[in-house]
Write a protein that binds this ligand. Structure first.
Ligand code: FEO
Length: 576
């Protein structure tokens, strides 16, 4: 029997890793691993509020564990699990998908419970066989398959590919009306509160998570929501963050609306890669993140499992193609590449990247073939042989930004050439100074010329900067990030402005040939700036095609007291 009398319980341990166990439905317990201080999930995913890894125990006549936890919780998680159940009686381990933050302790659970049957999608079971290196009983499930745990716990599986791995399944329990969705509808938010009582507190994290993880798979989100419609759901038990119960339809509606908006956009990039090969998942997601900055839709397709018809249709629709090189021995991926080449045409743009698996298909012969067909290359091939660093992931993000900007150039030109009416001329009379924002985070640095900058508060001192969503530096301007606001000097700004206005190739050093010195916050100060301020981002407001970045100013200095700031006067308000 489950020991639920003292639940919920929280035991804080050193290192800010804690566990929480809460009964969330009849004979159903959430085992939440709270990772209070985690500050990053890949390059695009700076975290402000830590995260949680949620696992669930359902005990009918038979028992099932839904997902495990991150490896860093090994001792804590297994202690809690052992306290809840005699593991020799565990019947099923359901794997929603095989990413290590949820399946990191599968091997340990199998050692303690060798009798357990692992339940998952076909790809997930294959992946686990390679990961665990020992035989285990397994049950492959498809959409609509059922598993009866007894006592009314009739489980139904919902296939949700690409949310966000190809092997993702949801699990619905008819007795408790809980749908276990793992990554989908989650958020990286660590809190003692198990549920979503206060939506104001979490909606920014919910949206940020959607943008980073789900937006590139918007079509798949809509398919999954359609499959959920026939289920009577009272709780969505996510794999990260609070469980959704108090505002359930609102959260689902938001996913639906955002995904519909995504898929309405007419410019599409098809991004082909092999999910389980090399580092393609991380690289593909960084590129996809850069592409979506420009309002371009990305469809991610796994070369290893894609059907030829699906590939052909997608290539026909796509304005751009991005391909991560598969393994030379992946026959399905080879067939898919042939299909892509046969369907590609000279109005498309293409970008290629290696995935670092050790036996990548060579990139240059494929590049030559695309050149022969007449496709425009969006960015030079990205060559990866080793685990990607932050710098490589930033390069991928910038490559994605480049392809997105290329595909939306007509829209941008049209906007600039739009009718020069009175309103635009009036707006153009808003003048501003000229500034360079310089930022540094981890191993990555970047810079941007900015003119939409203003002081925004007195106490504490704060500035607001409007940053276009398609600027790659936006990744370095999340809450808690630090940067320098360099003020350019009247009559002495041309060379700096020219330098930072030029087009940099992905990963290029923005500071080559520029004199800088390091600020206390680690960011570069431009030696030729008239003044600088050290800033820390505290708030971001989404404003259509820009982010308003509000930041506190901690310290600053003026180099020449009698000089003035360079001023930028415009004629019309429809461009900078
Ligand atoms: Fe939360 Fe896809 O792992």
């Amino acid at each position: 029997m489950l020991a639920l009398t003292s639940l919920p319980e929280n035991t804080k341990l050193p290192g800010r890793l804690t566990m929480q166990t809460v009964e969330i439905g009849t004979e159903t317990v959430a085992i939440r691993s709270l990772d209070w201080d985690r500050d990053r999930f890949d390059i695009e995913f700076g975290l402000q509020n830590g995260t949680t890894y949620n696992s669930f125990l359902i005990q009918g006549e038979k028992t099932a564990l839904v997902d495990t936890s991150h490896r860093k919780f090994q001792q804590l998680y297994l202690d809690v699990l052992n306290g809840l159940i005699d593991l020799s009686t565990l019947d099923y381990l359901i794997i929603s998908h095989t990413e290590p933050d949820h399946s990191g302790l599968v091997k340990e659970v199998l050692q303690l419970a060798p009798q357990v049957t692992v339940v998952g999608a076909k790809v997930a079971i294959q992946f686990l066989e390679n990961m665990v290196h020992q035989p285990f009983p397994s049950l492959i499930v498809k959409n609509g398959d059922r598993l009866d745990l007894g006592n009314g716990h009739q489980l139904e599986f919902v296939s949700a590919p690409n949310l966000h791995w190809p092997d993702t399944i949801f699990t619905y329990d008819a007795k408790t009306r809980i749908l276990f969705t793992c990554d989908a509808f989650g958020m990286h938010y660590c809190d003692d509160r198990t549920f979503d009582e206060d939506p104001d507190l979490i909606e920014a994290d919910f949206k940020y998570y959607y943008d980073c993880l789900m937006a590139p798979n918007a079509r798949s989100v809509l398919s999954a929501i359609k499959r959920m419609e026939k289920l009577d759901i009272c709780t969505i038990a996510t794999g990260h963050g609070p469980l959704l119960q108090h505002h359930l339809s609102d959260w689902v509606n938001r996913y639906q609306q955002w995904s519909q908006e995504q898929t309405k956009v007419d410019t599409l990039v098809a991004l082909f890669y092999s999910e389980d090969y090399g580092y393609s998942d991380r690289l593909a997601r960084a590129i996809a993140h850069g592409i979506t900055r420009n309002g371009v839709v990305v469809e991610l397709v796994d070369l290893s499992t894609a059907e030829p018809q699906e590939v052909r249709e997608l290539v026909n629709q796509a304005a751009g193609l991005v391909i991560g090189m598969p393994s030379q021995s992946d026959r399905n991926a080879h067939a898919a590449l042939s299909t892509i080449l046969a369907a590609a045409h000279n109005k498309q743009t293409v970008g290629l990247f290696e995935t670092g698996g050790g036996e990548d298909e060579p990139i240059y012969p494929l590049r030559n073939k695309f050149q022969e067909i007449g496709l425009t290359e969006a960015f030079p091939p990205i060559l990866v042989k080793e685990p990607p660093t932050q710098i490589i992931e930033q390069m991928c993000d910038e490559a994605g930004t480049d392809i997105g900007q290329w595909l939306t150039r007509d829209r941008t030109i049209k906007q600039i050439k739009a009718l020069d009416n009175n309103l635009e001329r009036a707006l153009g009379r808003l003048s501003s100074g000229l500034y360079i924002i310089t930022a540094h985070k981890g191993d990555v640095s970047s810079a941007m010329l900015a003119s939409w900058v203003m002081q925004a508060s007195m106490n504490p001192l704060g500035v607001a900067i409007a940053v276009a969503k398609d600027r790659a530096i936006e990744s370095l301007l999340h809450i808690g990030d630090r940067f320098i606001l360099n003020v350019l000097e009247e009559n002495n700004y041309q060379s700096l402005m020219k330098h930072f206005l030029k087009r940099f190739s992905p990963g290029a050093d923005r500071f080559a040939g520029i004199k800088t010195y390091a600020a206390n916050n680690g960011c570069p100060i431009l030696a030729d700036a008239l003044a600088y301020m050290e800033c820390e981002v505290t708030t971001r407001m989404e404003c259509s095609d820009h982010w308003i970045i509000y930041s506190n100013v901690h310290t600053g200095r003026v180099a020449k007291l009698d000089s003035l700031t360079a001023v930028h006067h415009r004629k019309v308000g429809n461009h900078y």
